[in-house]
Design a protein around this ligand. Structure first.
Ligand SMILES: [Zn+2]
Length: 173
């Protein structure tokens, strides 16, 4: 079950009146912070229809809209209807719904739009160039002759694969 903003505000009011213990107050402040984030979030405004958008498809959990700056035909944003900042704070069950929705739309683009490929792009946090702090995937249908290059450009560097592998594995396991 997922609460909407009105329900959350009601719950906070209810608890703030009846409690003075610090953990609960801290909990409530976190809730209020999240609600303010939702109030200022362009994607939350699109989802609540305060801001108009071009909806391609949606279900209970996820919506797909045309990107505002649609630099290429069919550039689509896939957005969970609940506010999650990025992949680090979405819960696993919601993430499954999000990924399945994305896959199903990608299949439709392949079968019905005759896309010869699709890019599914995602950024997490500012350092990774996340522009809107509400989790989203970019789904880009690739059409014959589109001549786009969606890969980032890196300077070539000769890494020692054995050393890199060892460094990563000793840190993450
Ligand atoms: Zn949002």
């Amino acid at each position: 079950m997922y609460w909407n903003k009105t329900q959350l505000k009601y719950i906070i009011n209810l608890y703030c009146i009846n409690t003075s213990d610090y953990p609960t107050v801290f909990f409530m402040i976190t809730f209020i912070y999240l609600i303010n984030q939702m109030d200022n979030c362009i994607f939350c405004k699109i989802i609540s229809k305060q801001v108009p958008s071009y909806i391609i498809d949606e279900n209970e959990y996820v919506v797909a809209i045309l990107a505002k700056d649609m630099e290429c035909f069919g550039h689509t944003l896939i957005i969970p209807k609940n506010h999650f900042e990025n992949v680090f704070d979405i819960d696993d069950n919601y993430l499954k719904e999000f990924i399945l929705f994305t896959k199903n739309l990608a299949v439709k683009y392949k079968d019905k739009l005759w896309a010869t490929g699709v890019n599914i792009l995602n950024a997490n946090w500012k350092a990774a160039q996340q522009s809107v702090p509400h989790l989203h995937f970019h789904l880009i249908p690739r059409l014959p002759g589109d001549n786009m290059d969606t890969w980032p450009k890196f300077e070539k560097y000769e890494w020692d694969h054995e050393i890199v592998l060892q460094k990563i594995r000793e840190k993450i396991f």
